[in-house]
Design a protein around this ligand. Structure first.
Ligand code: AGP
Length: 625
């Protein structure tokens, strides 16, 4: 979603802002802009569409400035056009702001400001902020006081970057329940809503915590709370290696990330499970060098804490929710604790039934998903134990959960989640094994068996990826479909949901995932010869029943596709197309069955000429509720 960047130093600001914005492209956006102070005057340059449009504008204008802020906007209030793109100015044209988040009371503020003579040029909620600061500044003549006065009027969660030609050597940054950090270089500072954007310049990061304002100048950074008190916090050093955002020879990031999955599995497993004979180790000391601010991460729940857990409650959105569903099966099977999985946005406006005997687990690749953060924050306030699973140890989620499992995926650039899904599932297996070891809920021999099988998964994933050409040929037979149905049972019901989500978001083909047993309760009505039905079929407890459900689809002349194991002869008789995987224990099969479905969606989307890495309307990090 939206991204904020800023630069203040002695170099040319425009190239730095552009390069920083490039690092945020993966988050999803539909317009971009910068505000710079050129020869003491504010200049705003912005353009709808891709960053290349802004780049052309900057190349034409060649602005000379050493101070500026920039933004990528993902439209919420107002269509994605030049006017609604950030930065937004006040009536005097001397002040510009960029904004992430939503100003919830913007309508009443806009009315009030308009009644007082302010003129608005966009449809955004953002623009009220520049006019509010303008009013407050007129009264006080002091920018910090003006910003503090303005934020007192705002409702919602937001981050802001502010520049003014009246203070041409300063940038102001505001964080309220959002994410914002200042990167500190040699006599220069960088602002970013995602530290990925500044790691190319510095690994010294000063994070703004909740309800804080930073005044950035050539002398350094001063931090203030919203009430005006000074905040003293030292910067932290993050990984010195900048994230490498490179396709490394692949046509798309998505293809690269699908192929990274065996490596990711090895990294995530290797971090927490050193040997089948040894217990799963989530202790902070077992980290690989990441730091979340100045605190290290890990699972700090004692055996006594775990004994108290009567219910596990998983909250997440989208693909992370599907990983949570896999987690439910795994945790219930190994730990014997009832698990509920909820779509985080569905937790709003209702009574969250958690308490001190509940463990609430938030799953989020980005660690910045607003709905997931809201749900875990509420669970925590009700006394629930909390744990986060994320790929970003520097995220907001990492700050608010005392227990954190970090997936070792590196940055996931493609908007569609693939490698992080597999890593999140792996973390659920590890978490369940850890709880089972602590509480002795299953025999040690079974734990040993699962660990050995888990460690063998990456090699099996490699076998699937090695046959991707076959998957491509078979997938393209169905590229012209308008509706696709995915079915699965048990552990592979979440994979049917995930398969449908991947196809939808990448190819824009309508797809739905169902529990296979549900097909006859309604969805079967849509089946005919034009509809492919993709069945996830793995030998085990639900194999025969899944096969029967597939037969129901075959009887309606649907195009029959399966993900099935090598050597499954029954499948050969029923399905027209089979995407093969190596034989695998049903319990661990989601770690394999999802891969042919990721590939199918990728190949169809690429064949149809879709924007594979940045599908229309989607954002990588959904920071609004
Ligand atoms: C998956 O392909 C999507 N990008 C989306 O469903 C995503 O999983 C969801 O928005 C949750 O994001 P998070 O993991 O960063 O919280």
């Amino acid at each position: 979603m939206c991204g904020i960047v800023g630069y203040l130093g002695s170099s040319q600001a425009a190239p730095v802002l552009l390069s920083s914005l490039r690092c945020l492209e993966y988050r999803g956006y539909d317009s971009a802009g910068v505000a710079i102070i050129e020869n003491g005057e504010l200049a705003v340059l912005k353009a709808a569409g891709k960053l290349s449009n802004l780049e052309s504008l900057l190349n034409t204008k060649q602005p000379q400035a050493t101070v500026g802020i920039g933004h990528t906007r993902w439209a919420t209030h107002g269509v994605p056009n030049d006017q609604n793109a950030h930065p937004h100015t006040d009536c005097t044209g001397t002040l510009a702001i960029v904004h992430n988040g939503i100003i919830e009371n913007y309508q009443s503020l806009r009315q009030e400001l308009s009644d007082n003579g302010h003129t608005f040029e966009s449809d955004t909620d953002t623009e009220v902020v520049s006019h509010l600061i303008e009013d407050e500044f007129r009264g006080s003549g002091d920018m910090l006081t003006a910003i503090r006065g303005a934020v007192r009027r705002l409702e919602g969660a937001y981050a802001l970057g502010v520049v003014s030609q009246i203070f041409p050597e300063k940038i102001y940054a505001v964080n309220h329940h959002y994410s914002l950090a200042v990167g500190l270089g040699e006599n220069e500072s960088y602002l970013a809503s995602d530290s990925v954007a500044v790691r190319q310049y510095t690994n010294k990061i000063l994070r703004l915590e909740q309800s804080e304002i930073a005044e950035i100048s050539t002398e350094g950074v001063k931090l203030y709370a919203f009430d005006g008190t000074t905040v003293n916090r030292s910067p932290v050093e993050v990984d010195s290696n900048p994230y490498v955002i490179d396709k490394e020879g692949h046509k798309h990031f998505l293809h690269k990330e699908i192929h990274e999955q065996p490596l990711i599995m090895r990294q995530t497993l290797g971090k927490y499970l050193h040997h089948p004979e040894k217990p799963v180790d989530f202790s902070a000391a077992n980290g690989s060098g990441h730091h979340c601010g100045d605190s290290s991460y890990g699972v700090h729940l004692s055996k006594e804490d775990l004994k108290k857990v009567r219910r596990i409650f998983i909250v997440a959105c989208g693909t992370a929710y599907h990983a949570g569903l896999v987690g439910k099966y795994v945790l219930e099977e190994l730990c014997g604790i009832p698990v509920e999985v909820e779509i985080a946005s569905e937790m709003r406006g209702r009574n969250l039934l958690v308490n001190g005997e509940t463990l609430t687990v938030a799953v989020s690749q980005s660690g910045e998903t607003a709905d997931t953060l809201a749900a875990i924050t509420e669970a925590k306030s009700k006394g629930s134990m909390t744990l986060g699973i994320t790929n970003r140890p520097d995220s907001h989620l990492a700050q608010i959960t005392p227990n954190l499992i970090v997936t070792e995926c590196g940055i996931e650039v493609s908007v569609a989640a693939t490698k992080t899904f597999v890593a999140q599932c792996a973390c659920f297996y590890l978490l369940a094994l850890h709880i089972a070891e602590e509480l002795g809920t299953i025999p040690a021999a079974r734990i040993l068996e699962i660990k050995a099988q888990l460690l063998a998964i990456p090699a099996l994933q490699e076998q699937i990826l090695a046959r991707e050409d076959v998957v491509r040929l078979k997938s393209l037979r169905h590229a012209e479909a308008h509706d696709v149905v995915f079915i699965g049972r048990g552990m592979n019901y979440p994979i049917a949901l995930e398969g449908a989500l991947k196809l939808k978001e990448l190819s824009y083909i309508h797809a739905s995932g169902y529990a296979a047993g549900e097909l006859k309760h309604g969805p079967i009505a849509v089946l005919d010869r034009n509809v492919p039905v993709i069945t996830v079929l793995v030998p085990g407890a639900v194999y025969e029943k899944t096969l029967s459900n597939a037969q129901e689809a075959r009887a309606r002349n649907a195009q029959m596709i399966a993900v099935a194991i090598d050597g499954d002869e029954q499948a050969t008789k029923i399905f027209d197309t089979i995407l093969r995987i190596p034989p695998v224990d049903e319990f661990l099969s989601p770690l394999l069955t999802v891969i042919p479905l990721q590939l199918l969606s990728y190949f169809i989307a690429d064949y149809l000429g879709k924007d594979v890495d940045q599908p229309r309307n989607l954002a990588k990090s959904v920071t609004v509720e």
